[in-house]
Design a protein around this ligand. Structure first.
Ligand code: SF4
Ligand code: SF4
Length: 224
């Protein structure tokens, strides 16, 4: 190694060190985004779209919006949802009624398909994320409250929203009118075409929202 090669190596090393330090100092002066969890547990604010675990909101009358149609169970890609229902005579008509709604948190991939395809907005994801347990069977949960029943179809979204006091402390953004199985199937018991597209419509709606948000950002940038 020549004398000049020796010194050029040293200068290259110093240059590289300065480059790295510039990045380090830049990050050091940026606004901090790292949260000191669990120290900040009391003040922790999670983004609203965080998917902690699936819940079924109930109102103050211990009523939910699940018609036990089974669509969420059918759309779940890995058998996380297990719905137990029975036929009961309600006002002279035989109707399917929810008995138990089982959800296995240990299997859930949080894909949200069940929520998107539910025609009654009966389920949603809560922000509750501290879900560790010591025994795997404890991850199996029953989402419907004991003694709960289906909310009356005629309940308007506003009045239901007014007294909604969800036992899981999750407020429903909107309580959609419930669809019964009769609304979704034809005389032969086959799902009607409109209903089949509910999931796709929900996905399209989300895409449209994203598209509009992107357009808003672009127009802001153009104005600037
Ligand atoms: S109403 Fe919604 S939550 Fe209840 S079974 Fe149907 S899709 Fe699932
Ligand atoms: S989020 Fe996905 S995996 Fe979890 S229960 Fe719903 S459909 Fe199944």
């Amino acid at each position: 190694m020549t004398f000049s090669q020796y010194f050029s190596g040293i200068f290259k090393g110093i240059g590289s060190l300065i480059k790295g330090m510039r990045v380090t100092i830049g990050v050091f002066t940026e606004k901090k985004v790292t949260q000191q969890y669990p120290e900040n547990r009391d003040t922790l604010i999670l983004p609203p779209r965080v998917r902690g675990k699936l819940v079924m909101p109930h109102d103050g009358n211990n009523e939910h919006a699940c018609t036990a149609c089974g669509i969420c169970q059918m759309n779940c890609p890995n058998g996380t949802i297990n719905i137990v229902s029975e036929m009961q005579e309600v006002e002279g008509k035989k109707k399917r009624v929810l008995v138990d709604y089982f959800y296995n948190l240990g299997q859930c991939t949080f894909c949200n398909l069940c929520v998107l395809t539910c025609p009654s907005s009966a389920i949603k994801f809560s922000n509750e994320f501290e879900n560790s347990v010591f025994q795997r069977p404890k991850l199996q949960e029953k989402l419907n409250n004991t003694g709960s029943k289906l909310r009356d179809k005629k309940v308007t979204s506003k009045s239901a929203e007014a007294d909604a006091t969800d036992s899981t402390e999750v407020k429903q953004d909107e309580v959609a009118p419930t669809l019964s199985l009769e609304d979704m199937v034809d005389d032969k018991g086959i799902l009607n075409e409109n209903y089949k597209t509910v999931g796709q419509m929900a996905v399209d709606e989300l895409k449209e929202k994203d598209r509009r948000a992107a357009m808003a950002v672009t127009s802001k940038e153009d104005k600037a």
